[in-house]
Design a protein around this ligand. Structure first.
Ligand SMILES: O=C(O)CCC(=O)C(=O)O
Ligand SMILES: [Fe+2]
Length: 347
């Protein structure tokens, strides 16, 4: 992993707290966890995986709990030197079938870590409801601004911003493989940077619900989402909700603030992370937005490969659990509309 960042000198300069965001996990502890996880016979039983982590990795557990409880931090934590499967299979070329394990140790560790942060969840309209997502370049999507693309940037975004309040609270990215020839940078925009770098009048404009969001197409074409504010909440519980690719300002004041936010994202305030094999990046989806710079893909099994897992603070009341291990938000317009209507009850 390598960090690169700009020279911003505001109160929210990411470099101030960068060292606190990196954890070199103890080899002894994490290898003990990996050995125990290898023996688990029910690899999607999250309670069992979490228990293994609790038992063998108490120091890591404490750090994860501190990250989970730190609602006003920069919103990300990078764990380094997590064991990866050796040897590991080639980078997948598309969507995998849900139940298959491709990188057993990595996947079990990832699920265990994510389960300490919250409840692992999936969405029927995303990755066909799979709990584990392979973030790797897919030839047919090379030009898309998505996690399957490569030639175009994946613009800074809050994960599933158009599903708020049913969006994930944590996004966990575990790097299985980096391409030896090309660098793909994961980019981070902490809320502290937005509030610290933009003029007060723009920050105020971002707090007004004057930003249109695209309909949640992968869940329903029939629901439209009301305009939202990019910054909301107060103090410890302030949140950021942004998607550069698809949001649009709907007033003049919002347009000025939007232009400033766009230049912030194009400048040096953004944190660039070059994830390496064995790096696990944990993001609080309300405190930090993320994206990815373009890179060159080869589609020969050697491309960059991340595993992704999403988690929420609670499964209740929106998530329908179809069996003990799958926690899926159904792709159903009627359910979505009902949930949206009652969304003030959400946590
Ligand atoms: O490829 C990356 O570094 C980020 C991908 C991403 O935004 C995601 O999987 O949610
Ligand atoms: Fe993302």
């Amino acid at each position: 992993m390598r960090f690169e960042h700009g020279d911003s000198s505001h109160g929210g300069d990411p470099s101030d707290s960068m060292s606190e965001c990196v954890v070199n996990v103890s080899h002894e502890e994490i290898n003990a966890v990996a050995r125990a996880l290898r023996l688990v016979e029910t690899p999607r039983n999250l309670a069992v995986l979490k228990e293994v982590l609790n038992t063998f990795c108490p120091n890591l557990l404490r750090k994860l709990q501190a990250f989970r409880d730190d609602s006003d931090g920069v919103g990300y934590l990078l764990l380094r030197a997590i064991p990866v499967d050796e040897p590991v299979c080639p980078t997948p070329s598309g969507l995998r079938t849900n139940e298959i394990e491709l990188a057993p140790i990595s996947e079990r560790l990832l699920l265990a870590v994510a389960s300490v942060l919250g409840e692992v969840i999936s969405y029927e309209g995303e990755w066909e409801g799979a709990l584990i997502h392979d973030v790797c370049p897919v030839r047919d999507h090379a030009e898309s601004h998505s996690s399957m693309g490569s030639q175009e940037p994946l613009d800074i975004h809050t994960e599933l911003v158009n599903l708020i309040p049913f969006e994930p609270l944590y996004v966990c990215l575990y790097c299985v493989r980096t391409s030896e020839e090309t660098v793909a940078r994961t980019q981070l925009l902490p809320l502290t940077t937005v509030v610290g770098c933009l003029p007060g009048r723009s920050v105020e404009a971002l707090r007004r619900p004057e930003f249109g969001v695209s309909p949640p197409y992968s869940f329903t074409e029939s629901a439209s989402v009301p305009a939202i504010s990019i910054l909301s909440g107060f103090g410890k519980f302030e949140r950021l909700a942004v998607e550069l690719q698809s949001m649009h300002p709907i007033t003049e004041g919002a347009a000025r603030a939007w232009a400033e936010l766009q230049s912030l994202c194009a400048g040096t305030a953004i944190i660039n992370l070059e994830l390496k094999s064995g790096d696990l990046l944990l993001m609080n989806n309300r405190r930090v937005a993320h994206g990815r710079a373009p890179f060159r893909a080869k589609y020969d099994g050697s491309d960059r490969w991340l595993l992704r897992v999403l988690a929420r603070n609670s499964l209740w009341p929106q998530f329908a659990s179809v069996d003990s291990n799958r926690r899926i938000l159904k792709k159903d317009p009627a359910i979505f509309a009902r949930l949206l209507a009652g969304s003030n009850t959400d946590s």
